[in-house]
Design a protein around this ligand. Structure first.
Ligand SMILES: [Zn+2]
Length: 132
């Protein structure tokens, strides 16, 4: 499986992008991950990247977007922060991903048993995590 090119990215609509993620998650759940050589994809993307989706997710070690959506190098922008919330830095990254790099879909991915969400609900205080 090759990395996306400018032409393959241009052919993807938001609906197709969502479908690609759903199909990738189905492959993950069925343990039928796509056959791809990640080092080949590194080489494919050495002069440019054409990801089709931007995913905002938690830093939780159990929820890696690339893995659970069975995506390769150059397929998605992955923004991660505890509790998968948006601040100006992340929003700026999303603006870059959509306006300049051409992704077609923004997906905000939550997960069960999120320690960050539980901490926020419990009004936990912790150094820089709750500095504001
Ligand atoms: Zn979490």
């Amino acid at each position: 499986m090759k990395a996306h090119t400018k032409d393959t990215q241009a052919a993807i609509t938001p609906q197709i992008a969502l479908q690609l993620l759903k199909e990738g998650n189905q492959r993950f759940q069925e343990k039928h991950m796509a056959d791809r050589d990640l080092l080949d994809q590194v080489n494919d993307t050495k002069s440019g990247q054409f990801p089709f989706a931007t995913i905002l997710s938690c830093i939780d070690s159990r929820v890696s977007s690339e893995l659970i959506f069975d995506q390769g190098i150059g397929d998605i922008f992955s923004a991660r922060v505890a509790g998968n919330f948006v601040n100006e830095d992340i929003l700026g990254s999303m603006e870059f991903a959509c306006k300049l790099a051409g992704t077609k879909l923004v997906l905000v991915l939550g997960h069960t048993a999120c320690g960050a969400v539980k901490g926020a609900c419990d009004d936990a205080k912790l150094g820089n995590l709750t500095a504001y």
